[in-house]
Design a protein around this ligand. Structure first.
Ligand SMILES: *Cc1c(COP(=O)(O)O)cnc(C)c1O
Length: 383
């Protein structure tokens, strides 16, 4: 055999029985089949064997199985990010001509997809008050196929009455999807509360270090999984095995990070609530958070993101100066990592609510809380 041919011999030479404590990174697109009769192209690799790296190598499938196990799902799919997870759910649940409901406190790009891509596909996505609870029944139409929940909501942090919404939805045969990113898939048990499909941006707490982008979509039962799978295959939502490996590592420290973050975040939220220039604090564990009673009833704990509103004696320019003065709080959007973040929302779009550019969202990281409080106090001094 020519040396050139030898270079291309795919037959493994080393022993293959290395039993690693951690999940190896399997890179690969092409799968080699035993014989022609075994050739398949099927997203259901759990059941039918591997067919194509596009539907995940063993690294991605291991992550999917872990997420499903932690969330008590039937099965999960791993996708390139939280927004891809949202897109997959919309496209799997909303045929042309259908109607869907999304809380107006939902993640901004979710609403952008509702008004952009989905509207273009002749799907009407109607925003609703996140605190509507059982009243959602009045908004359900014969054409409604999907109700989104996101609890707490993005920025304004409303905790929804998910069980009441599920009851109303299921009475009309409507499926309920939940963006469970805040809860890291663990602080709120989506399936115990009746949700049909739950997604999270693994980018946030599971990744935990601001160095990867991934999402998960978890199905309550095989019916939900079979609805998602073909769309997942048609969209070609491939993920990087390296990112999946990092996410698997993130899972190993998720509990210690969440424990520490919960305590530090509460300490800082309580400190903010006692400041003269702060009007209110929207932290799910504080009674000033809309829907706090739902949090008390349904959640196992709180995490690291919350918002607060300055009193109207503080101008938006002063809020901006406050943010720019912070040292340990970096100005940034994608939370859940080890660093604290702050950002203001000058044009937050909420019907019947105008924060006048005075709402600030914080993400607390793993820095020592006393240093973070000192940072906030220093930046607030001129106010
Ligand atoms: C960040 C986020 C997403 C999107 O996740 P990406 O991985 O950034 O696409 C979706 N939902 C919520 C609530 C988020 O905070």
């Amino acid at each position: 055999m020519d040396w050139r041919t030898k270079l291309l011999d795919p037959t493994p030479q080393a022993r293959r029985d290395y039993s690693s404590l951690v999940t190896p990174v399997y890179r690969g697109s092409t799968v080699v089949f035993d014989d022609q009769a075994s050739v398949t192209d099927d997203w259901r690799q759990d059941d039918h064997g591997y067919s194509y790296g596009l539907y995940g190598t063993p690294t991605a499938l291991e992550l999917a199985a872990r997420i499903a196990g932690i969330e008590d799902a039937y099965k999960s799919l791993i996708v390139p990010g939280g927004q891809a997870a949202i897109a997959l759910i919309y496209l799997a649940y909303c045929p042309a001509g259908s109607h869907a409901l999304v809380p107006y406190s939902a993640y901004g790009p979710n609403k952008a997809m509702a008004e952009g891509l989905m509207r273009g596909l002749n799907v009407e996505v109607e925003p609703y008050d996140p605190l509507i609870g059982a009243g959602i029944a009045d908004l359900i139409r014969d054409t409604t196929t999907l109700i989104w929940c996101e609890s707490p909501g993005s920025v304004t942090m409303e905790i929804q009455d998910v069980p009441a919404i599920v009851t109303a939805a299921h009475a009309r045969g409507v499926s309920v999807a939940l963006d469970n990113t805040y809860a890291a898939g663990v602080m709120f048990d989506a399936f115990a509360h009746g949700v049909d499909v739950s997604m999270q941006a693994l980018t946030k707490y599971v990744g935990g270090h601001s160095d990867l982008l991934l999402g998960s979509v978890s199905a309550r039962d095989s019916a939900a999984f079979e609805r998602l799978g073909p769309i997942y295959q048609q969209l070609g939502l491939a993920v990087s095995p390296d990112d999946c490996s990092l996410a698997l590592r993130g899972l190993q420290t998720l509990a210690v990070r969440l424990d520490t973050l919960e305590k530090a975040t509460l300490e800082i939220a309580n400190w903010l609530a006692s400041q003269a220039t702060v009007e209110t604090v929207y932290h799910p564990a504080l009674p000033t958070c809309p829907g706090h009673e739902n949090w008390k009833r349904d959640f196992k704990g709180s995490t690291s993101v919350f918002s607060f509103v300055f009193k109207d004696t503080v101008s938006p320019e002063q809020v901006e100066a406050f943010l720019n003065t912070l040292e340990w709080f970096k100005i940034g959007l994608s939370w859940g990592g080890v660093n604290s973040l702050a950002v203001m929302y000058p044009d937050l779009d909420r019907p019947h609510q105008d924060f006048g550019g005075r709402i600030v969202r914080l993400n607390i990281g793993l820095e020592t809380p006393q240093d973070l409080i000192a940072d906030l106090a220093r930046a607030m001094r001129p106010l």
